[in-house]
Design a protein around this ligand. Structure first.
Ligand code: ZN
Ligand code: ZN
Length: 207
């Protein structure tokens, strides 16, 4: 599966998945959205509800065939302050979610299948997406390269949940990490995720 990465300062990465069925992972920036052939897209998958990953959906007309998916536990944050929109000096984005996701769900893109891994911690409904054939992990704001982790001090964040979630990710065989922010990395990714786990444990707030 070929993946194109789009990124802008202060906004999340957007990934264009060149599978048989074209898919987008996260869509925070309208500028980026306008560069994409949106009429070809079958689905927009949101790793979580935060403004920097979703805001373009408020301002876009997607083709009627395209469906927006996100985890059910983050769908309730749409249009509320839990979207963290105030950090960006903007009102919370409003948009419609067509399909609510749960842990273990499969998203079939024809020649590639994405598995949904529910990874609460950064937000209650954060997800990662795993493509087993290319061993690709789209990690949203759960883990970042070089042992980075998502913050847990925003509404719904939980440092203990984040540790448990990252612990699950360490059980995967990952060749390429596509994080919500920062560069895509393909070097010793499993080791990088283990570093994230160590960092998350050290940053757990007291019970
Ligand atoms: Zn983010
Ligand atoms: Zn976030």
């Amino acid at each position: 599966m070929r993946v194109d990465t789009f990124s802008r300062l202060y906004e999340s990465n957007t990934f264009w998945l060149n599978a048989e069925q074209k898919a987008i992972v996260d869509l925070g920036s309208l500028t980026i959205a306008k560069q994409l052939p949106l009429d070809e897209v079958c689905c927009v998958i949101l790793t979580h509800s935060h403004y920097d990953h979703t805001a373009a959906l408020d301002k876009l007309e997607l083709p009627s065939s395209a469906i927006v998916m996100m985890h059910e536990a983050d769908a309730t944050a749409i249009g509320t302050s839990a979207s963290a929109a105030h950090f960006f000096g903007a009102p919370p984005p409003q948009f419609h979610v067509d399909k609510l996701l749960r842990d273990g769900a499969s998203i079939d893109l024809g020649d590639s299948i994405l598995r949904v891994i529910h990874t609460p911690g950064h937000t209650p409904g954060s997800i990662c997406l795993y493509e087993a054939h290319s061993k690709s992990l789209f990690s949203g704001d759960t883990v970042f390269p070089h042992g980075g982790i998502g913050r847990t001090d925003l509404p719904g964040g939980n440092s203990h949940d984040l540790t448990r979630s990252i612990s699950r990710l360490t059980k995967l065989e990952v060749s390429v990490l596509y994080p919500g922010h920062g560069e895509v990395t393909a070097s010793n990714v499993n080791e990088q995720i283990k570093q994230s786990l160590t960092f998350a444990k050290a940053n757990e707030s007291p019970e």
